[in-house]
Design a protein around this ligand. Structure first.
Ligand code: SF4
Ligand code: SF4
Length: 184
């Protein structure tokens, strides 16, 4: 008797399960194929993000003086900076937003957002407010390498030119020092 009951219970359980399966089979699809379909462009979630939210960082390379305070403050070392010293007589020497002369060219400024934990220590350490968090939170990708952001605007040719100017200046100073020494 219990054998028959187990069989009927099994069919009953399967029928209950199938009832829900069939119900959802013919219901409108609620699954979003993110990121191919992006719900954030269709809903006003972005508008609800507070201005002070710590989402993706944005660097203004025209304000950044290359001091590396942000990279040193970063607990996960996801900021990489390369600078080249500006020589005294560089004809292109620009000024920063506060009017001071740029002392370092920003040859490389990379942030790896695959590692960033959005702690905000870098932006807090920045003396010029060149680095700020934005409210942009939706930037997923299929390739993790796409999360390495390059902020420097210098071309490889410009970097090579600035490095050569610096090397020439160092050489000229060394020659002048050697000449002065031989005169004494
Ligand atoms: S937010 Fe934090 S983890 Fe991200 S780059 Fe800045 S210091 Fe590093
Ligand atoms: S972003 Fe700010 S802290 Fe970082 S190198 Fe530039 S000026 Fe310095």
């Amino acid at each position: 008797m219990s054998y028959i009951k187990n069989i009927t219970d099994g069919f009953g359980t399967a029928a209950t399960g199938m009832k829900f399966t069939l119900k959802h089979l013919f219901s409108p699809n609620v699954t979003v194929q993110y990121p191919n379909t992006n719900p954030y462009t269709e809903i006003s979630a972005v508008d609800k993000i507070p201005d002070r939210a710590r989402n993706r960082l944005l660097l203004d390379p025209d304000i950044c003086n290359g001091c590396t305070s942000c990279a040193r403050a970063c607990p996960v070392d996801c900021i990489e900076i390369d600078t080249v010293k500006v020589i005294a007589n560089d004809p292109d020497q620009p000024t920063l937003s506060d009017g001071t002369k740029r002392r370092l060219w920003l040859a490389k400024y990379d942030i790896n957002f695959a590692q960033c934990c959005f702690c905000g220590l870098c932006a807090a350490a920045c003396p010029t407010e060149a680095l700020k968090h934005t409210t942009v939170f939706d930037y997923c990708t299929y390739d993790v390498n796409d999360l390495l952001y390059h902020f420097s605007t210098m071309t490889p040719e410009q970097i090579a030119e600035k490095k050569k100017l610096l090397a020439d200046e160092v050489k000229a100073k060394a020659a002048a020092a050697a000449a002065a020494k031989s005169e004494n």
